[in-house]
Structures are given as structure tokens and as C-alpha cells.
Ligand binder design. Structure first.
Ligand code: GDP
Ligand code: IMO
Ligand code: MG
Length: 429
């Protein structure tokens, strides 16, 4: 019953989509457990690029059951668009291979409005959200006023929930944000339409996934965002609103922790971040721009330029700990080809004190300076290499240093965007 969780160990965009796609070949079920269409997971097959937002990256392999779990927040308009877009590109999607939890919460247009208006009001203190309504939807979920996928099929009950929610939400939009409120009947009509389009996909995903685990199927659990964006374990408040760490896979799908057999953490060979918040190893000069251009570091969802920096062992040690990793996948090694030297942050310095662990006080974290170990880079290209022994010696030293510093085995190394540009050191299934 192998059930392997794939999580990001930095601030998202580590290359989870590529790794999940590759591992999907041997998986029977691939499931998303948290987040929403704030995620953008890129998969490149034969130079054709696909960006998945809520649909698991396993969908690009035929015959895989793909689940969107209860922990995910779903914008039905966006999901319908994503399904239709993939079908147009000849990806087979129907009620047999894409299943959506009845308990997933629905992102409503008023959540999107609140997300965007509250960011505007925060001004320079804004989080830099994707503006997709993620935070306000999880607010309603926790506040027990959320609307779940199953509610969309309950006719008047759905309408009355909308009416009751809009009582205070319209007050907020019109009075605090000086914006326009929403009409519950219009939302009812529009969303009932999406519900019809999604009907064949709606299912009890908790039962499906547990049945798969119990019948010894290979199950892959695809995390979105990254550990430092986790609502509890990230750089709060500059985080997303769900548990993007391994624990989220259990609650977000209804799987007991005893059923998880592996947790693979994905690390980009350097660090990136989109949006606001602390980032001690950020590179502010032309080298940061060079990495951004070479690595194509622009948001897969919003197109925003990603902030780029060196590898940070302080946050990675934290990520290893809170996820209980069994293995590591390192991506984008090829982007570091040709650099004279590389820096690895081993600790932080603040007010004359050395921090080996990430300070939990965000104001201190914000002011931390990185302490670096500098190592020599490699001149040769690693692009497309599939055999570990063929990597330049210094690239191997970099990988082995990461492994040694984190105490977790490096099991996969990615050397390009495409499926075949990969070094597999250990199989996950
Ligand atoms: P995700 O959100 O974690 O799935 O990552 P994104 O898709 O947002 O960003 C990762 C980007 O890096 C995508 O454009 C991938 O195609 C690309 N990528 C992944 N692995 C590699 C790699 O090893 N080398 C290169 N050059 N690009 C990669
Ligand atoms: P994937 O799955 C990178 C960031 C946003 C913002 C913060 C909160 O592709 O790695 P939100 O809209 O979630 O309320 O925004 O989280 N963020 C991501 N950054 N990759 C992602 O997803 C992200 N999803 C959200 O930029 O800083
Ligand atoms: Mg992404």
C-alpha cells in the first residue's frame, strides 16, 4: 500500500508538478489535498507545456484516477475552464478519472472580491496573494459558513446559504471596502450552471482513496505551495491559508497517518518566492536577475516575477523536520550551470546572535542576515543528464552537501523541464 506524499520545502514552485508527473507513471491514484487554483504546476511533455491549477498533475498519464480532496478549495468556473482546456488539448478527462470531493469548499465571487479588496487596503503591508479568493474561502470554512461542493446540488438550501452569507459580506464590501456587493440569486444561477457541468466528477473521494490504499494501489499525494507558505509552519502572515505540509495530506483527503509510507520533499537547487514576506537569501543584484531569466522564474499562475536567492539550509532543516521526510528531490540543478561559485546559507545572524533555527518571531526573521558557506561552481552543462555519475564532480559535491546537511537521502535529481530530464536514484513505488 505505498502512499507517497510530495511536498514543496521552500516557498512554492519547487517543481512539484514535474516530479508528480514523473512519479505518476507508476501511480494508480494521484490526489491533491489542499490549496486551490493559486497553484500553478508545470509539466512539459515533448516540448509541450501544461500548467495544472487544481487538477492533479497525474491527469496527463492515461488511466490514472485523479482526485481533488476535501482539503482543496475549488473555484468551479476555473475548474470547468481547466477541464475544457485540457480536453481541447486531447487529454482524456471524464467522471471516471477526475473526481472531486463533495466536501471541498467552493470559492465564491465574493471571496475573490474580499481577497483583492483586503490586499488593496493593506497597501504596503499586503501579502501579495494570487487574488484568487483562497484566504477568504478558508476563513468561511473554519468559520463554518462555507459552501461545499455538495451544497451546490441542494437547490433552495444553497440559495439560503448564499443569502445568509451575503448579509454580512455585502455589508463589509459596501461599507468597509467601498465596493459593490453581490446578488445571491445571480450567484445561484451561475454556480448551479457550473455544478451541472461538474456533476459527473463529484464523488466521495475519502472512500475512493481509502479503498485504493486498502487494495494495495500506488497512491501519490500532490502538495501545492510549499512548507514556508504553510498556515501553521510558514512565515505567517506571509503564507497561504492551508496546511501545505505533509500532515495536510491526511486531513485534506481523509487518510489516517498510519497509511502514509513516504514523504518526498521537493527542493529547487536555489530559492524563489513570489509575493511579500521575509526571504533572507534573496539576491538583489544582477545575479538574481540572471537566475530569474535563465530559470524562467515567473509565476505559473499570475506571471509575476519570482524573487530569487541562494539555497537556505535554515528553512530547509525546518522543512525536513515538520514534514518527516523519507527522501528529497532536487530540481533545476541545470540552472546553476556555469556559475563561478555558489552560496549555501547555513545560519542567520541577527543583533550579533547566530540563529541555527528559523526564528519564530516574524519581525526578527525579517531582519535576519544570512551566514553563507561558499563553494565552487561547475562549468559543464548538467542539462538533460540522466546518470548521476555523469554529473560534473562539483555538481555532485553540491548535491552531496545538501544531503549531508539535511540528513535525508536525495532520491531524484531533475536536470531540465522535460519528463526524461531526470536522474532517478531511488524509485518511490
Ligand atoms: P510547482 O508549482 O512546484 O509545480 O513548480 P512550477 O511549475 O510553478 O515552477 C517550476 C518551473 O521549473 C516550471 O517551469 C518547470 O517546468 C520548471 N522545471 C522543473 N524542473 C526543472 C529542472 O530540473 N530544470 C529546469 N530548467 N526547469 C525545471
Ligand atoms: P505552487 O503550488 C508560489 C503565495 C502567493 C502569496 C501567498 C498567499 O505553484 O507552488 P494566496 O493566493 O495563496 O492567498 O497567496 O502564497 N502562493 C504561491 N507561491 N507557488 C504557489 O503555488 C503559491 N500559491 C500561493 O504568492 O505570497
Ligand atoms: Mg507553481
Amino acid at each position: 500500500m505505498p502512499s507517497v506524499i510530495v511536498v514543496g520545502l521552500q516557498w512554492g514552485d519547487e517543481g512539484k508538478g514535474k516530479i508528480v508527473d514523473v512519479l505518476s507513471e507508476k501511480a494508480d491514484v494521484v490526489a491533491r489535498f489542499q490549496g486551490g487554483h493559486n497553484a500553478g504546476h508545470t509539466v512539459v511533455i515533448n516540448n509541450e507545456k501544461f500548467i495544472l491549477h487544481v487538477i492533479p498533475s497525474g491527469i496527463l498519464y492515461k488511466g490514472k484516477k485523479c482526485l481533488i480532496g476535501n482539503g482543496v478549495v475549488v473555484d468551479p468556473a476555473s475548474l470547468v475552464k481547466e477541464i475544457e482546456g485540457l480536453i481541447r488539448r486531447n487529454v482524456q478527462i471524464d467522471g471516471s478519472n477526475l473526481l472531486l470531493s463533495k466536501h471541498a469548499h467552493v470559492i465564491m465571487p465574493y471571496h475573490i472580491a474580499i481577497d483583492q479588496e483586503s490586499e488593496k487596503l493593506k497597501g504596503s503591508k499586503s501579502i501579495g496573494t494570487t487574488g484568487r479568493g483562497i484566504g477568504p474561502t478558508y476563513c468561511d470554512k473554519i468559520g463554518r459558513t462555507g459552501i461545499r461542493i455538495s451544497d451546490l446540488y441542494q437547490g433552495e438550501l444553497f440559495r439560503s446559504k448564499l443569502k445568509s452569507n451575503l448579509l454580512h459580506i455585502n455589508f463589509l464590501l459596501e461599507n468597509l471596502y467601498q465596493s459593490k456587493g453581490f446578488n445571491p440569486d445571480e450567484i445561484f444561477e451561475e454556480y448551479s450552471g457550473y455544478a451541472e457541468k461538474l456533476r459527473e466528477h463529484v464523488a466521495d473521494t475519502d472512500i475512493i482513496i481509502n479503498d485504493a490504499i486498502n487494495s494495495n494501489k500506488n497512491v501519490l499525494l500532490e502538495g501545492a505551495q510549499g512548507t514556508l507558505l504553510d498556515i501553521d509552519h510558514g512565515t505567517y502572515p506571509y503564507v497561504t491559508s492551508s496546511n501545505s505540509t505533509a500532515g495536510g495530506a491526511c486531513t485534506g483527503l481523509g487518510i489516517g497517518p498510519t497509511k502514509i509510507t513516504g514523504v518526498l520533499g521537493v527542493i529547487k537547487a536555489y530559492t524563489t518566492r513570489v509575493g511579500g514576506g521575509p526571504f533572507p537569501t534573496e539576491i538583489h543584484d544582477s545575479l538574481g536577475e540572471l537566475i530569474r531569466e535563465k530559470g524562467g522564474e515567473y509565476g505559473a499562475t499570475t506571471g509575476r516575477p519570482r524573487r530569487c536567492g541562494w539555497l537556505d539550509m535554515v528553512i530547509l532543516r525546518h522543512s525536513v523536520r515538520v514534514n518527516g521526510l523519507t527522501g528529497i528531490a532536487i530540481t533545476k540543478l541545470d540552472i546553476l550551470d556555469g556559475l563561478e561559485s555558489l552560496k549555501i546559507c547555513t545560519s542567520y545572524k541577527y543583533n550579533g546572535r547566530i540563529y541555527n533555527e528559523f526564528p519564530k518571531e516574524i519581525n526578527i526573521f525579517n531582519e535576519c542576515e544570512p551566514v553563507y558557506e561558499e563553494i565552487k561552481g561547475w562549468k559543464e552543462s548538467t542539462s538533460g543528464i540522466t546518470d548521476y555519475k555523469k554529473l560534473p564532480e562539483r555538481a555532485r559535491e553540491y548535491i552531496e552537501k545538501i544531503q549531508e546537511m539535511l540528513g535525508v537521502e536525495v532520491q531524484i535529481i531533475s536536470t531540465g523541464q522535460r519528463r526524461d530530464e531526470l536522474i532517478k536514484i531511488k524509485e518511490q513505488f
